[in-house]
Design a protein around this ligand. Structure first.
Ligand SMILES: CC(C)(COP(=O)(O)OP(=O)(O)OC[C@H]1O[C@@H](n2cnc3c(N)ncnc32)[C@H](O)[C@@H]1OP(=O)(O)O)[C@@H](O)C(=O)NCCC(=O)NCCS
Length: 212
């Protein structure tokens, strides 16, 4: 398998087609979070313009085995998001995703970032956790009063990590101790229907893990 940076508009167009075809092949019953196809295309095109490209494709012969790309949005001095990692249906579960993720993590570390984040997608949480990503529940409240209600009503098995204001929302970050459970999200929205939430998987690249 050969991994190379995604550098040209032509490559991005081919990978976009690969991603759309791949999604059309999948049955997606009960999918709550739609995959951001057009957002990923825009992010990838944006990186083509930049000097530092943190996006790579994996080829097996003439086949696209998969690709991985980061996101420019929400990037700050130490954190960066994986925008997408997509592996061909033909090459699923043979290690392509793991290799791509490891490869980009090394490049990300070299570029000076410390924390890699990935937003939750159905069916991929086991994959992230096997690569030492830790799930955190992020709760978004419209005001300080609702945020206080969140903080005062944590369930056992949850640990408060941080709270801050971002884009007009009050964000509460909760450690769910490795248990990304859907009912936790429902629980918080039942406290107040103005609350929204998501899981974000994080890996600290400066830490050593025993299972890498
Ligand atoms: C998620 C995805 C990238 C995984 O790619 P992959 O190449 O099949 O994963 P790997 O073969 O490298 O798997 C690594 C480990 O995760 C496990 N794993 C991968 N997918 C899994 C799944 N759906 N359910 C359970 N375990 C899974 C593998 O068994 C393997 O475990 P091991 O290390 O104990 O052997 C791939 O399923 C995919 O393209 N999904 C659709 C796109 C998507 O949702 N991307 C993520 C969000 S951007």
């Amino acid at each position: 398998m050969k991994i190379t940076p995604i550098k040209t508009i032509d490559e991005v167009k081919k990978l976009y087609k690969f991603m759309v075809d791949r999604y059309n092949q999948e049955t997606r019953e009960n999918v709550l979070i739609p995959f951001p196809l057009s957002e990923t295309y825009i992010e990838m095109m944006g990186q083509v313009e930049q000097k530092e490209k943190l996006q790579f494709k994996a080829m097996i012969g003439d086949d696209i085995a998969g690709f991985i790309t980061t996101s420019d949005k929400d990037k700050n001095g130490s954190d960066i998001y994986i925008q997408a990692i997509v592996v061909s249906i033909k090459y699923l579960k043979v290690g392509v995703g793991k290799v791509l993720l490891k490869f980009i993590e090394q490049k990300i570390k070299k570029a000076g970032y410390k924390i890699v984040k990935i937003k939750e997608r159905e069916g991929s949480n086991v994959f992230y956790m096997k690569s030492n990503y830790v799930p955190y529940l992020y709760i978004y409240s419209p005001n300080a009063e609702v945020a206080a209600k969140v903080k005062n009503n944590l369930l056992s098995g949850m640990e408060f990590v941080d709270e801050y204001e971002k884009d007009g929302k009050y964000v509460t970050k909760i450690d769910v101790l490795g248990e990304p459970v859907c009912k936790y999200k429902k629980y918080f929205s039942s406290l107040d229907d103005s609350i929204s939430s998501e899981y974000i998987y994080e890996k600290n690249l400066t830490k050593r893990y025993s299972f890498t």
